[in-house]
Design a protein. Sequence first.
Length: 72
Amino acid sequence: MGENQNTGKGSDKRKQSLYFPESMLQEIKDEAARLDRSLSWIVQRAWKTARLEIRKIPSVNDIEEEEVIAAK
């Protein structure tokens, strides 16, 4: 097996379907065309840019635990 598989290094080229609202998909397509990049590149770049902010969002489990504590 190659070192790229599930190590977070290199390029893992497994296919994955993602579903976006039509308007969001159109915006992604427009940016891909503007930057002369693929849809995949745009989504990967967006994730790298946003991931630290996304990690600040509490998980559903965290919210449920806070509700249980508050109810006591």
